[in-house]
Design a protein around this ligand. Structure first.
Ligand code: ATP
Length: 272
């Protein structure tokens, strides 16, 4: 569940709305499970850290220190903390780009220790990711940038146009589908990157500093888009330094300090 007890989004997400959102998405996307082998297991969208520590081997930096937390299906969660607190390390563990030195990371109820090779690749494909640098392909327009992400997911080509259009509509950029990245503002580019991340309907979206390069107006737009994605049923985790956003659009907020979880505030708030 989400925790919108304050701020602009207060009380805006009753359970039925989210249920309806999923049903609607399934209909519109014509989802068939065989295209997404890892979907069923990820659908509960849960992240669980059990006594997780991460020490980077060469420098012996303890980036995360005995982290215990649980993020439930459909939650919108911020991860905040000073530079070097461990936010990106957290994301890397969930994506299995790094391995814990101690403890266990579980996604959708299953330990990532059990994921190997192809399964790990499938798991990553089922997670949408958005980073500060959106890395759109400069020679492709917005539509093709989003469609490009479908190539690796096994979605039949005949479904691409419908899915891409829906993803661009979700981020409010259907009318800019023929624009090249350079013809879009930074904020619009980031929204295309979000469309790319959600086009295959991920149950879980990880956003690491998604507003890091954006001015306040564009940052708010991007945050609203992420909230809309969450409304449609996707579990969203946003690592951010954007104090004003965290305080305006309130959601559960996890605060890291030197790799330790020092606050877990269900009603949000930015207090480092
Ligand atoms: N690949 C790496 N090798 C060694 N140390 C690393 C590596 N990546 C990160 N660190 C260190 O781990 C700690 C946590 O870094 P991390 O990038 O997770 O922090 P962060 O909260 O995301 O910081 P920022 O807000 O600046 O992005 C820092 O001390 C950092 O220097």
């Amino acid at each position: 569940m989400t925790h919108d007890s304050a701020g602009e989004n207060a009380g805006a997400r009753p359970f039925m709305v989210r249920r309806k959102g999923w049903a609607m998405l399934r209909r519109e996307h014509g989802h068939t499970p065989q295209h997404f082998p890892a979907r069923r297991s990820l659908e509960c969208g849960v992240i669980e850290f059990r006594h997780v520590s991460l020490e980077y081997p060469v420098t012996r930096t303890l980036a995360l220190d005995d982290l215990n937390l649980h993020i439930g299906k459909g939650e919108f969660t911020y991860l905040v903390g000073h530079s070097g607190a461990g936010k990106s390390s957290f994301m890397n563990l969930v994506l299995k780009r790094a391995l814990p030195s101690k403890g266990e990371v579980r996604v959708a109820g299953e330990s990532l220790n059990r994921y190997r090779g192809r399964r790990t690749a499938l798991l990553r494909r089922r997670m949408g990711t958005v980073f500060q640098e959106n890395l759109l392909l400069a020679h492709l327009n917005a539509f093709d940038n989003v469609a490009f992400a479908l190539r690796v997911t096994g979605v039949p080509q005949r479904e691409w146009a419908q899915r891409v259009t829906l993803a661009l509509r979700t981020v409010g950029l259907e009318h800019k589908k023929y624009a090249l990245p350079l013809q879009l503002s930074q904020g619009e580019q980031q929204r295309v990157a979000i469309a790319r991340a959600i086009v295959s309907n991920p149950p879980l979206l990880l956003a690491d500093e998604p507003t890091g390069n954006l001015d306040p107006d564009n940052s708010r737009e991007v945050l609203k888009v992420l909230q809309n994605v969450n409304l449609r049923g996707t579990t969203v985790v946003v690592a951010t330094h954007a104090k004003d956003l965290v305080e305006t659009y309130r959601h559960r907020t996890l605060t890291l300090r030197k790799g330790r979880l020092v606050r877990d505030d269900p009603y949000g708030g930015y207090a480092l």
